[in-house]
Design a protein around this ligand. Structure first.
Ligand code: 0PR
Length: 365
């Protein structure tokens, strides 16, 4: 550290120069995050110093966390779901596996995840000492349920299905996984970190949530399509009492036990997540999602006209193409299989799509 502090103006000019090194979201087509909704940014500033790790000191903020869980539970067809605000999909996935593992104490526990699963499941398995069995995908990048069935045995503590896969934006056949989970008496975790804030707002949403009896837990991230500030995730579980298996004693806090992974937890981004939901309501969210889906279709149509076929028709706003030369100046990503991947987040507006297609077409010329 410096011996003597630095003048505020110098400090802020240093910080501004660092901030200018960051890319603006305008040309970022590869992110599942987006600039926060203005209502989220305003709320975040109001709740800056709140800590959900000691909720008795911040009862107002803690009740907003409960409201978030209630709202998202209702969106997932289970208003009485248990839940808490996590730091994002990674923490939600780890915590879901912790619950599943405690519910079925076996000596060599395994979990079965689709080959499309997010890398957070590798972290979860490593931390929890779980064998990770990977089920292959069909030609539409969804989990192949027949092969999956053969991977389940009596040591399987959890199955995973994904709603809006990170790379291809497809939804696994959750109804089928739900039947399987019931038949084989296995915990089913649905990773809807991305699609949980998309699918419920589509015109004809496929069932993926607690309305399916085999679904036990769901990850859904307000800091992705929920346009909250970072970090804001949420883990929902069918039975609120399941969290008690994760409790540790916290004798000197305002609550005597806690089940969360993190101790100190931001209230600001959680309040921001609720604020966006309250401000937009169902119709506002439907409009945002409809715009993103429309832009995804326009992008696919434009790319195909230029001779770059889609890898798959996505269920959510992630588009992938056989194309390995993105135009300069744009941040696109590449899937493991080498497809160009573009996430049509709210900041990726129609104008942005047209500008990108224009540059693609110039690259082609
Ligand atoms: N589950 C799914 C389906 C995800 O897509 C992600 C992250 C996670 C879990 C983990 O969520 P957290 O990162 O909140 O813990 N998906 C994005 C990805 O890995 C996250 C992301 C966002 C990456 C913005 C880059 C970026 O610029 O691609």
């Amino acid at each position: 550290m410096r011996e003597h502090g630095c003048p505020e103006e110098d400090l802020f000019s240093f910080l501004s120069s660092k901030r200018r090194e960051d890319l603006g979201y305008r040309n970022i087509l590869s992110s599942m995050c987006t600039p926060p909704h203005p209502v989220a940014a305003r709320t975040h500033a109001m709740f800056l110093e709140t800590n959900l790790g000691d909720p008795g000191l911040f009862p107002g903020t803690a009740s907003l966390e409960e409201l978030l869980v209630q709202r998202l539970g209702a969106l997932m067809h289970h208003p009485g779901a248990g839940g808490y605000a996590t730091s994002g999909g990674t923490e939600s996935n780890i915590q879901a596996f912790r619950i599943a593992k405690k519910q079925k104490p076996v000596t060599s526990p395994n979990v079965v995840v689709p080959a499309s699963s997010h890398f957070s499941f590798q972290k979860a398995c490593d931390i929890l000492g779980l064998e990770m069995r990977t089920a292959p995908l069909d030609d539409q990048f969804r989990i192949d349920t027949e092969t999956l069935e053969g991977l389940i045995d009596r040591n399987t503590v959890a199955l995973v299905g994904i709603v809006g896969t990170t790379e291809y934006g497809v939804v696994d056949p959750i109804a089928c996984l739900s039947d399987l989970a019931e038949d084989r008496d296995t915990f089913l975790h649905v990773d809807a970190a991305f699609g949980g804030m998309v699918v419920p707002f589509l015109d004809r949403p496929a069932a993926f949530d607690f309305q399916l009896p085999g679904v036990d837990s769901i990850s859904v991230d307000p800091h992705k399509m929920g346009m909250s500030t970072i970090p804001a995730g949420c883990l929902l579980v069918r039975n609120p009492r399941w969290f008690s298996c994760l409790n540790v004693d916290t004798p000197y806090l305002t609550v005597k036990q806690e089940c969360t992974l993190a101790g100190t937890r931001p209230g600001a981004s959680v309040a921001a997540a609720v604020a966006v939901l309250e401000y937009l309501g169902m119709d506002g969210m439907r409009a945002v999602v409809a715009g993103c889906m429309e832009n995804t279709r326009r992008l696919i149509e434009g790319m195909e006209t230029l001779g770059y076929p889609r890898a798959v028709t996505p269920d959510v706003n992630v588009a992938t193409f056989s194309c390995d030369h993105p135009p300069a100046g744009w941040r696109v990503s590449k899937t493991r299989a080498g497809h160009m991947r573009i996430v049509c987040m709210p900041h990726v507006t129609r104008d942005v799509i047209e500008a990108f297609l224009g540059d693609m077409s110039d690259t082609n010329a």
